[in-house]
Design a protein around this ligand. Structure first.
Ligand code: MGD
Ligand code: MGD
Ligand code: SF4
Ligand code: MO
Length: 743
C-alpha cells in the first residue's frame, strides 16, 4: 500500500446532538477526517440505534458553505473579518442602538440548537444579562411552551416535566406526535419504532390520534383521524367520560398518590361536564362510541399513558390541551406510576439550578401577548420591529435560529429584519434569517466541541449520563458559542459585578466543563463526577425512572396545584369555537421527515436527495373537490400569504386537511447554502399567521391554519430567484484566507 493512503484509524464515542434522542454514536476517524459514523452498540441508552441524520454530522463538519470565520455584509457581498474586529463592531452596533433608543430596542432570539449545545446552555445567561434587554424571544413559543406552563402551575417548576414511561407501558395514547419521524420530543427515547413494537409484543396497545396517518400511526395498533385543532374537545370529552364511566373514582387515594396530593382534585369531576362524547363527535371526526371505548381501554389497561406533542401544543388550544392531557393522566392514576407518566431524575439537576418560570408578568408592546419566563412569544416579534413607537426593536441578535423560516408569517419578519439598523447572527450559515445580519459570528462544528446533554437528560425515559470530549481540536482561529457569548459579555457589560467577572474568567480559562462538573457534584447521584464520566465513554446507566412524588414537587407545600380557575376561563374560548365551527374549512398542518431537521440540515446532499419532500399532501377527495391532480402545482393561500407547490395526493391525510413540512423556502435571495438552494421548496410559515395563537399561553398556532387551494398552470409561476453571485465571492474569499478548513 502506498504510504500516503495509510491512515491511523481511531474510534471516538459521543452523543449525537442533532435531535432529542441523544443516540450514542461511534465515529471512526483518522485524526483529521471522519471515516464513518455508526450507532454505538455499547451506549446504554440507545444500544446501537441511530437515524439517517447522524451521518449529517460529517456533512455539516465538512460543508464548504459552513462559515469558519466572521463575515461582514458589505455593498460587494460578504467579506471575512477578524474575530476582534467583528466582536468589537457587534458590541458597538448593539450599544449604539441602545444609546439611541433604549435598552429594549435590541431584540434577541434563541433558536432550537442552543438547547442541544452544552457550552451554549451553560453560558447563555451571560450573553442575555449583558445585553440587558427585555425584548427576548425563543423557539419555545412555537413549540413546547404549554408543557412548561402546565408543569410550572402543577408541579411548581417549568422544567419538572414528566415523560411517558415507554419502556414499561401497556397502553400509549399518542396525540399529535410522530416519534417515528421526529425520534421523540419531550420524551428522549431513541428507537421509538422498537419501543412501540415492544409495547405491542407484550400485548399492549399503541393508539395514535392525528389528522395524518403518519409513520407512527401506520405501525400503531389503532389510528384515528382528528380535525386539526379540535383535540381540546376530544380531551374534554375523554375527561368527562373517565368520570361518567366511574374510572376516576375507582382509583383510591392510597394508590393514586398524585390525585391525593392535589387539593383541587374534586373540582375536576365537573370540569368537562358540558362535553359529552356525542357532542364532540361531529367536529372532531371521532365517533362517540370510539371515544368511550378509548377511555375504557385506557383506564382498564394494566398501565397507560397519554402523551401529546407538537400537534396539540402548537395550535389554538395548546395550553388547555396539555393541561387536559395532564389531568387525564392524574385522575386515572397514571402520573408517577410505572408505565405511566413519570419524572426523570437527571444527573445534572436543571430544576434546582433555574427559576420556576412565570406567565404573563408583562405583555408585548404591540400585540399584548403574555411573556413566559422573560420571553415574549415569537408571534409578537415582527410587530415589535415594524410598529413604530417607544420600545420599537431597532436591532436584533439571532442565536442559532432561523425565525424567517421557523416562525409564523415569516415573510413579514423577513421584511422587518430588512429594516433594522443593526443585526448580528451567531450561526453556521448565511441562511434566510442571518442574511439580514451586518455581521455573522460562526461557532465551531458539533464535532469540535465537548458535549453533555444538560437539556435532554431532563426528558429522558431512562436515566443516563454521558460526556463526550471534542472529536477534533478546533481551528486556532475558531470560537465556541460560549466563547462568543463571553466575548460579547465582556464588551457589553464592563461594569458587571466582580462575582460575575470572576465566573466569566473561570469559564474562559477552564471551559464550561467545570460548570458541568459542579452540576454533577451537586446532582442526585453520589460519586458521579466528570472524571467518572470520562472513564465511561459509552455513558453510564443510572437506572429506570422511579416514583418521585412528592419530592419532585417544587411548590413549598409539596402539593400539586391544579390552578383550576385559570384553565376554566379558557373554556369560554372553546365554547365559541364549538359554536362557530366551520367543518367545510380546509385546514393546514405541518409534518416532519426523518431526514430533515427544522430548517437547517437541507445542505447535506445525502439527506435531501431523492424526490422532493416539500409537497402539499392532500386526500384524493379534497383534491377532486378542488380540481387538483397528483403532481400538479397548487397555490395555497392563507390570510397572510400564498405559496405554490406540487400536490401529493394521498389517503394518508384526513379529507379537508392539507400538510406542508416546515423549514423549506431556501430560494430567498442571498442565502448561501448551495444544496439547500437546489432543493429549495417553499416556506409553510409564509402561510402561518402571526395573529393565530393560543391566547392563553401566547404560543403560536401553526397547526389548523385555514387555507384556500387553487390549481395553477406552471407557466403562471415566476421562477424563484436564487442568487449565486454572493456565494461564489464568499466561498472564494474563505478559501483565499485559508478559513475553509474542510476543503
Ligand atoms: N410551521 C411550523 N413551524 C415550526 C415548526 C413546525 O412544526 N411547523 N416547528 C417549530 C419548532 S418545534 C422549532 S424548535 C423551531 C426551530 O426554529 P429555529 O430554532 O429558529 O430554527 P432552526 O431551523 O432550528 O435553525 C437553527 C439554526 O441554528 C444554526 N445552528 C445549528 N447548530 C448550531 C450551533 O451549535 N450553534 C449556533 N450558533 N448555530 C447553530 C443552524 O445553522 C440554523 O441556521 O421551528 C418551529 N417552526
Ligand atoms: N427528523 C426530524 N426530527 C425532529 C425534528 C425535525 O424537524 N425533523 N424537529 C425536532 C423538534 S425541534 C421537535 S419540537 C420535535 C417534534 O416532535 P413531534 O411532535 O413528534 O413531531 P411532529 O412530526 O411535528 O409531530 C406532530 C404531529 O402532530 C400532527 N398534528 C398536526 N396538527 C394536529 C392537530 O391539530 N391535532 C393532532 N392530534 N395532531 C396534529 C401532525 O400530523 C404530526 O404527525 O421533533 C424533533 N425531531
Ligand atoms: S435520532 Fe436524533 S440523536 Fe439519534 S442519530 Fe438521529 S438525529 Fe441523532
Ligand atoms: Mo422544536
Amino acid at each position: 500500500m502506498p504510504k500516503s493512503t495509510i491512515v491511523s484509524e481511531q474510534t471516538h464515542f459521543r452523543t449525537c446532538t442533532l435531535c432529542e434522542a441523544m443516540c450514542g454514536i461511534e465515529i471512526k476517524h483518522d485524526g483529521k477526517k471522519v471515516l464513518s459514523i455508526k450507532g454505538d452498540s455499547n451506549d446504554p441508552f440507545s444500544e446501537g440505534y441511530i437515524c439517517p441524520k447522524a451521518t449529517a454530522l460529517q456533512d455539516l463538519h465538512e460543508d464548504p458553505d459552513r462559515l469558519r470565520q466572521p463575515v461582514q455584509r458589505t455593498a460587494d457581498g460578504w467579506k471575512p473579518i477578524s474575530w476582534p474586529k467583528a466582536l468589537d463592531q457587534v458590541a458597538a452596533g448593539i450599544e449604539s442602538v441602545q444609546k439611541k433608543y433604549g435598552q429594549n430596542a435590541v431584540g434577541i432570539y434563541l433558536g432550537n440548537p442552543n438547547v442541544h449545545n452544552m457550552g451554549g446552555m451553560l453560558t447563555v445567561k451571560h450573553l442575555l444579562n449583558s445585553v440587558k434587554t427585555r425584548s427576548r424571544f425563543s423557539a419555545t413559543s412555537i413549540d413546547q411552551l404549554p408543557h412548561h406552563v402546565v408543569s410550572m402551575h402543577l408541579f411548581g417548576h417549568m422544567l419538572r416535566i414528566p415523560v411517558p414511561d415507554v419502556n414499561r407501558t401497556q397502553y400509549m395514547l399518542i396525540i399529535g406526535g410522530n416519534p417515528l419521524a421526529s425520534n421523540g420530543s419531550i420524551m428522549s427515547a431513541p428507537n421509538m419504532r422498537q419501543k412501540l413494537k415492544d409495547i405491542k409484543a407484550r400485548d399492549g396497545k399503541v393508539v395514535v390520534i392525528d389528522p395524518r396517518r403518519t409513520e407512527t400511526a401506520t405501525m400503531a395498533s389503532e389510528h384515528h383521524f382528528i380535525r386539526p385543532a379540535t383535540d381540546v374537545l376530544l380531551l374534554l370529552a375523554m375527561l368527562n367520560e373517565i368520570y361518567l364511566q366511574g374510572y376516576a373514582n375507582k382509583v383510591p387515594a392510597s394508590t393514586n398518590k398524585a390525585a391525593a396530593l392535589a387539593p383541587e382534585i374534586e373540582r375536576i369531576a365537573t370540569f368537562a361536564q358540558d362535553y359529552s362524547a356525542e357532542s364532540v363527535a361531529r367536529i372532531t371526526g371521532i365517533e362517540a362510541t370510539e371515544i368511550k371505548r378509548l377511555v375504557k381501554e385506557f383506564c382498564e389497561a394494566k398501565s397507560s399513558v397519554c402523551y401529546g406533542r407538537m400537534g396539540v401544543s402548537v395550535q389554538e388550544f395548546g395550553l388547555l390541551c396539555q393541561y387536559l392531557i395532564m389531568l387525564i393522566n392524574i385522575v386515572t392514576g397514571r402520573l408517577d406510576q410505572v408505565g405511566g407518566l413519570m419524572f426523570p431524575n437527571p444527573a445534572v439537576d436543571v430544576v434546582n439550578n433555574t427559576g420556576p418560570g412565570y406567565l404573563g408578568k408583562r405583555h408585548s408592546r404591540v400585540s399584548n401577548l403574555p411573556d413566559f419566563n422573560s420571553e415574549y412569544p415569537v408571534a409578537a416579534m415582527s410587530d415589535e420591529m415594524l410598529v413604530e413607537g417607544d420600545g420599537q426593536l431597532k436591532a436584533f441578535i439571532s442565536v442559532a435560529g432561523n425565525p424567517v423560516l421557523s416562525t409564523p408569517n415569516g415573510a413579514k419578519l423577513d421584511k422587518a429584519l430588512g429594516q433594522l439598523e443593526f443585526m448580528v447572527a451567531i450561526d453556521y450559515y448565511v441562511n434566510e434569517t442571518s442574511r439580514h445580519a451586518n455581521i455573522i459570528l460562526p461557532p465551531v462544528s458539533p464535532l469540535e466541541r465537548e458535549h453533555y446533554d444538560v437539556t435532554f437528560n431532563n426528558f429522558a425515559v431512562h436515566n443516563v449520563a454521558k460526556y463526550s470530549p471534542a472529536l477534533f481540536a478546533k481551528h486556532s482561529n475558531a470560537k465556541h458559542d460560549w466563547q462568543i457569548y463571553l466575548e460579547l459579555a465582556k464588551r457589553l457589560d464592563k461594569k458587571a459585578p466582580i462575582k460575575t467577572k470572576v465566573e466569566r474568567s473561570l469559564i474562559s480559562a477552564l471551559g464550561p466543563k467545570f460548570l458541568l462538573d459542579q452540576g454533577l457534584k451537586r446532582g442526585p447521584y453520589e460519586g458521579l463526577t466528570l472524571k467518572k464520566l470520562l472513564k465511561n465513554p459509552h455513558g453510564i446507566d443510572l437506572g429506570v425512572m422511579q416514583s418521585m412524588l412528592p419530592q419532585a414537587l417544587k411548590h413549598k407545600d409539596k402539593r400539586i396545584d391544579l390552578n383550576v380557575d385559570f384553565y376554566l376561563t379558557d373554556l369560554e374560548r372553546v365554547q365559541t369555537m364549538r359554536q362557530q365551527y366551520d367543518a367545510g374549512q380546509i385546514l393546514l398542518i405541518g409534518r416532519r421527515h426523518v431526514r430533515s431537521n427544522n430548517s437547517w440540515l437541507h445542505n447535506s446532499y445525502r439527506l435531501v436527495k431523492g424526490k422532493s419532500r416539500c409537497t402539499l399532501m392532500l386526500h384524493p377527495q379534497t383534491a377532486a373537490q378542488q380540481g387538483i391532480e397528483d403532481g400538479q402545482l397548487v397555490k395555497v393561500t392563507s390570510r397572510v400569504g400564498s405559496v405554490v407547490l406540487s400536490a401529493e395526493v394521498t389517503n394518508e391525510l384526513m379529507p379537508g386537511v392539507v400538510s406542508i413540512p416546515h423549514g423549506f423556502g431556501h430560494s430567498r435571495k442571498g442565502v448561501i447554502q448551495r444544496i439547500a438552494q437546489a432543493h429549495a421548496g417553499v416556506s409553510v410559515n409564509d402561510l402561518t399567521d402571526d395573529t393565530l395563537i393560543d391566547q392563553l399561553s401566547g404560543n403560536a398556532a401553526v397547526n389548523g391554519v385555514p387555507v384556500q387551494l387553487e390549481a395553477v398552470e406552471p407557466q403562471s409561476i415566476e421562477p424563484a430567484a436564487i442568487e449565486g453571485q454572493s456565494f461564489t465571492s464568499l466561498a472564494t474569499e474563505q478559501q483565499q484566507s485559508g478559513t475553509s478548513i474542510a476543503s
